[in-house]
Design a protein around this ligand. Structure first.
Ligand code: G6P
Ligand code: MG
Length: 217
């Protein structure tokens, strides 16, 4: 029995969601826009371009394309500055245990991330070899909650949507998985991710018997 195990990156495999937040907060501050952790939930899983638009909408700011391009570049530069020293220590607790178990079980694994920085992060954290397919922000035209990224990932693994399992920390990502009729596993707070079929606070709460039950399903 083969299932597609599709992982989001930021906030699921690595603790980079906090760096995205810090970088956006800096832009918002400069523009005099109040930007809270609650507001940040709307940005999780969402593309860089769409994230800036959400922040500008929040501050009721209309900007020229050249200003937007400047802020987008500034955000990414700032974000990348947090990643310079990145290594395996930034992998979230419990993740390696599950990735290793899936490999032992010969289950296909894919990355399904909106980030254009996904590959260097997987390389720095030495997790890239676990992935049989990598679909990221460079491959898709429609951002989550559009299911494109996960549909492409399942296709690359040669597995149907119904036999795919998605691990996500974002509301948009959980919705994308649900729209694609994949099994959605939320990683984070139940109050935020209540649309997911399963919810765990983090991977230390996911045991191999849960994974086995997904494989058998
Ligand atoms: C992920 C993150 C978002 C981020 C997006 C684009 O989905 O959850 O916070 O905005 O990727 O990432 P990038 O690295 O391309 O700016
Ligand atoms: Mg995420």
């Amino acid at each position: 029995n083969k299932k597609a195990f599709i992982f989001d990156l930021d906030g699921v495999i690595v603790d980079t969601a906090k760096y995205h937040y810090l970088a956006w907060q800096k832009i918002a501050n400069e523009l005099g826009i109040e930007f809270t952790p609650e507001r940040n939930e709307e940005l999780k899983g969402v593309s860089r371009v769409r994230s800036l638009d959400i922040i500008l909408e929040l501050g009721k700011i209309t900007a020229s394309q050249s200003d937007k391009d400047k802020w987008l570049a500034q955000k990414n530069e700032d974000y990348l500055s947090y990643l310079v020293d990145m290594d395996e220590s930034e992998i979230l607790p419990g993740v390696m245990h599950i990735l290793k178990f899936l490999k032992e079980q010969n289950q296909p694994i894919a990355l399904g991330s909106a980030s254009k920085n996904a590959r260097p992060i997987l390389e720095k954290t030495k997790t890239i070899s676990y992935f049989d397919a990598i679909i990221d922000g460079n491959d898709v035209t429609h951002a989550k909650p559009d299911p494109e990224v996960f549909v492409q990932a399942a296709k690359a693994l040669g597995i149907s949507n119904e036999d795919s399992i998605v691990f996500e920390d974002s509301v948009a990502g959980v919705q994308a998985a649900n729209i694609a009729k994949m099994t959605s596993v939320g990683i984070g707070q139940a109050s935020v991710l209540h649309e997911a079929q399963f919810i765990f606070p983090d991977f230390t709460h996911i045991d191999t018997s849960f994974i086995e039950s997904l494989i058998k399903k």
